[in-house]
Ligand binder design. Structure first.
Ligand SMILES: CC(C)(COP(=O)(O)OP(=O)(O)OC[C@H]1O[C@@H](n2cnc3c(N)ncnc32)[C@H](O)[C@@H]1OP(=O)(O)O)[C@@H](O)C(=O)NCCC(=O)NCCS
Length: 219
């Protein structure tokens, strides 16, 4: 939102980039925030609607939409282990000049001393505790718990219901699977995928797939 002279707050226009399942989670959140004057979706099925919100263009239309006043955008393509598309879209939005807001669902609880990078989404019922930092374009999904002093990189996905105990480090582009528990002070490497329901009690290196209880590297 921008402030006009005279103190009137002008609401911005927000684009959601990618119309799949993750888009629906983000959409429900932004609709309830009442922060945006207009919301539009970018996807290939132009002219259709997703949850009553119109798909108003494809990636090719982004420069013109920006020029016509759509100032804000967030990447709503999800990821499980492969963040290539999210990277590409983020870089495209950045190059055009879009503002990429942090979007936090009204039911999430985020402590005061938390740093969050642009374009990051924090979903329903998630908890992020004190002195945690989160990089840009990351997803902290519904019901996940990121405890105190965690350090989460950019383009990560902390999936639904995952729990990171205190002082956990997660490298860029990592995926922590749904319902996984990560013991305190553990480091999960960059580009690593932790399968759902895992219990991580040892550090996990970069660029591997790991799962199970206890979590073991499989690839
Ligand atoms: C880890 C994962 C990527 C593996 O997928 P995959 O490579 O397609 O593996 P498969 O489903 O073919 O399973 C291969 C074997 O690993 C086992 N396995 C797969 N995922 C597992 C997991 N999370 N925990 C324990 N075992 C697992 C399977 O039972 C199977 O065992 P088998 O060979 O003895 O039959 C996937 O299961 C997973 O956990 N994805 C993340 C889901 C998630 O977090 N979604 C986010 C929603 S918000």
């Amino acid at each position: 939102m921008k402030n006009e002279p005279g103190g009137i707050e002008l609401k911005s226009k927000l684009l959601l980039i990618g119309g799949g399942g993750h888009c629906k989670s983000v959409l429900d959140c932004v609709l309830s925030l009442d922060k945006y004057s207009d919301i539009g979706i970018i996807d290939s099925e132009i002219g259709t609607k997703i949850m009553d919100i119109p798909v108003i263009g494809s990636d090719d239309d982004l420069p013109n939409l920006f020029k016509s006043g759509w100032s804000d955008a967030i990447v709503t393509v999800g990821s499980v282990g492969n963040t290539r598309v999210r990277h590409k879209l983020y870089e495209m939005l950045k190059a055009i000049g879009f503002n990429m807001p942090v979007i936090v669902d009204s039911t999430a609880i985020v402590a005061d001393k938390v740093e969050i990078g642009e374009g990051t989404f924090i979903g329903k019922g998630a908890i992020v505790n004190s002195e945690t930092s989160i990089g840009c374009c990351t997803i902290i999904n519904s019901g996940s718990i990121v405890e105190h002093e965690c350090n989460i990189g950019a383009f990560c996905h902390i999936s639904t219901g995952a729990t990171l105990c205190g002082q956990v480090k997660v490298g860029d582009d990592a995926h922590v699977g749904a319902g996984t528990v990560v013991r305190q002070c553990i480091t999960i490497g960059s580009n690593t995928l932790i399968g759902c329901g895992s219990v991580v009690v040892e550090n996990v290196p970069d660029k591997v797939k790991a799962y199970g209880n206890p979590c073991k590297v499989v690839e």
